[in-house]
Design a protein around this ligand. Structure first.
Ligand SMILES: Nc1nc2c(ncn2[C@@H]2O[C@H](COP(=O)(O)OP(=O)(O)OP(=O)(O)O)[C@@H](O)[C@H]2O)c(=O)[nH]1
Length: 531
């Protein structure tokens, strides 16, 4: 289904999405099966290496060191039937929610994976709310149905209630736990039977002419069939039918039941994404929005990754193309600096490898190697001064002072920290008074990852120590008011990695006081990454 019949076919066939889930629900396994069906990998296992590595913190560091694996998984492109899927990876750990938020600005839809035994978990809820902010269409996959799972109505009710979204069953499970035999595909009247013996095998699929088709009884044991017919009858009465419009505006989610590990239900989910999932959408920008079918190319940076290949010390900016047909070698204007950049070595991320991108279309994610010119939030166009909006930067929730083990290496440390700041891995504040840097992150694990990466990539052992400050707020207001405020509060002032003024404090009381004493000053916890 297409809601934009005027889109060029190359753009209309693109589906750019992310998979969101609570850790352990099966995101990695599902990603792997997507790639398997997309023909991007031959054997299950390549992505798994990464999933297993996530289990422990030290292994997580190891994974970070092993940039090759994590990079290829940051954005993956593969073909599925006549569609081109672009899957953008979201970090699973809650400490990386800011990165996740930005990733979600680069996709048109999300696949939400939940564990059939656990239902909606805390991280699912958080990520869902982020999707909600952008009205992203969401397709739900209820995983691990091969195990003991909760009652189907229960799961659906929980999603409807906790997430305040209409849920429509796209498939219905038959049997529970050991007795789970497969699903009835409600959208296409098919009986899908799971093959427990061969996890990589595509399940058996039997066309059924409707719920009264005697073929059902040939494949489904009587006691399961009776319960299934009862349930599906009730479901039809109580639950809404799939409304493609409601799916596209984010008010309804279809749910598929399956088992990623057994490759079951995955293809139906992919078909759903292909058929109902949105094609590349209009991008919010200033002074005007960008439509995908515009012939001129525009794109924006939503992620920067440094030192992807330790041998080359390069950085790659991940760019979501918002419009047009990009060809290698094109000269694009970097709107922030107004400078032209020849994009000679763009890369596409094809599952296990990166490849030179000869061309790309609106909806695609390309990587642009650069030496630091490209930052998160930057827009590239064919000349017009449009800037993509809506990529926020959040005030960090944890602050620590960072010092180099060797005090002579302070300059090196600054360079390393700035690089990670541009990558979006941390905020770096340079206080007006005193020495050293204050590093701000959203979750504690990020300090460990940073320390390990600074040592590994820059050969600099560093220490993170408690800072005298615990909160940071950006200072906004008329220049004269800001100058006056800064002069009177020097002990609290720092500049962030973009050169913007920041107010540091340890007391909420201070922030409230500024509100009272300086009515012309606005202290904000987010700033838009638009320059
Ligand atoms: N029984 C069963 N187990 C599954 C299924 N899918 C995944 N698992 C298992 O669940 C565990 C978590 O799966 P992952 O795919 O690593 O989950 P994840 O959401 O990527 O987890 P993080 O890497 O922590 O974010 C693994 O041990 C998988 O083998 C399934 O369909 N059935």
């Amino acid at each position: 289904m297409t809601n934009r019949p005027d889109l060029p076919a190359e753009i209309a066939r693109r589906r750019t999405f992310a998979i969101i889930s609570h850790p352990d629900a099966g995101k990695t396994t599902l990603t792997e099966k997507f790639l398997l069906y997309g023909g991007a990998i031959q054997m299950a296992g390549q992505v798994r290496a990464k999933g297993e590595a996530r289990r422990t913190r030290s292994d997580f560091m190891q994974m970070e060191k092993d940039r090759g694996i994590s990079v290829s998984a940051s954005a993956m492109s593969f073909d599925f039937e006549k569609y081109r899927f672009n899957l953008v990876d979201t970090p699973g750990h809650s400490d990386f929610s800011e990165d996740t938020y930005r990733t979600l600005t680069a996709v048109d839809a999300a696949v939400m994976v939940i564990d059939g035994a656990k239902g909606v978990e805390s991280q699912t809820q958080k990520l869902f709310e982020v999707c909600r902010l952008r009205d992203l269409p969401i397709l739900t996959f209820c995983n691990k149905m091969d195990r003991e799972s909760r009652d189907t109505f229960d799961i659906i009710d929980e999603i409807q209630e906790n997430l305040a979204i209409d849920v429509t069953p796209a498939s219905w499970p038959i049997g529970v736990g050991r007795e789970f035999i497969g699903c009835y595909d409600i959208l296409r009247d098919k009986l899908e039977l799971m093959d427990r013996a061969d996890r990589n095998k595509v399940a058996e699929s039997i066309q059924i002419s409707g719920l009264d088709d005697p073929k059902l009884a040939e494949h489904v044991p009587a006691h399961l069939l009776e319960k299934f017919l009862e349930e599906i009858e009730m479901a039809k009465e109580l639950l809404p039918k799939l409304d493609p419009e409601a799916l596209l505006n984010g008010s309804m989610t279809p749910i598929w039941f399956g088992s990623a590990m057994n490759s079951f239900g995955v293809k139906e989910l992919m078909d759903g994404l292909a058929t109902y999932g949105p094609e590349p959408q209009i991008q919010s920008a200033q002074p005007r929005n960008i439509a995908p079918e515009e012939t001129k190319v525009a794109g924006f940076v939503f992620k920067v990754q440094a030192n992807m290949d330790p041998k080359h010390r390069d950085r790659v900016a991940f760019v979501r193309l918002a419009s047009g047909h990009f060809e290698r070698g094109m000269k694009l204007t970097h709107v922030r600096s107004k400078k032209q950049m020849a994009i000679t070595n763009p890369v596409l991320f094809l599952a296990a490898d990166r490849e030179l991108a000869e061309e790309a279309w609106a909806g695609d994610i390309i990587g642009i190697p650069n030496h630091g010119q490209l930052r998160i939030g930057d827009t590239l166009t064919e000349g017009e001064a449009i800037r993509v909006s809506g990529i926020p930067s959040f005030a960090p929730e944890l602050l620590q002072t960072c010092r180099a083990g060797d005090p002579m290496k302070a300059k090196h440390l600054e360079k390393a920290l700035m690089q990670f700041a541009e990558e979006g891995a941390a905020k770096v504040f340079k206080p007006t008074f005193g020495s050293g840097f204050i590093v701000g992150v959203v979750g504690a694990l990020q300090f460990e990852v940073l320390a390990s990466r600074i040592e590994l990539e820059y050969g600099l052992p560093v220490r993170f120590e408690p800072s005298q400050f615990t909160s940071a707020r950006w200072v906004a207001g008329e220049q004269t008011a800001v100058d006056k405020f800064v002069a009177a509060n020097k002990q609290h002032i720092a500049t962030d990695n973009d050169g913007d003024t920041v107010y540091l404090t340890r007391l909420q009381w201070d922030i409230d006081r500024v509100g009272r004493d300086y009515p012309d000053i606005n202290l904000t916890a987010t700033k838009e990454m638009m320059v």
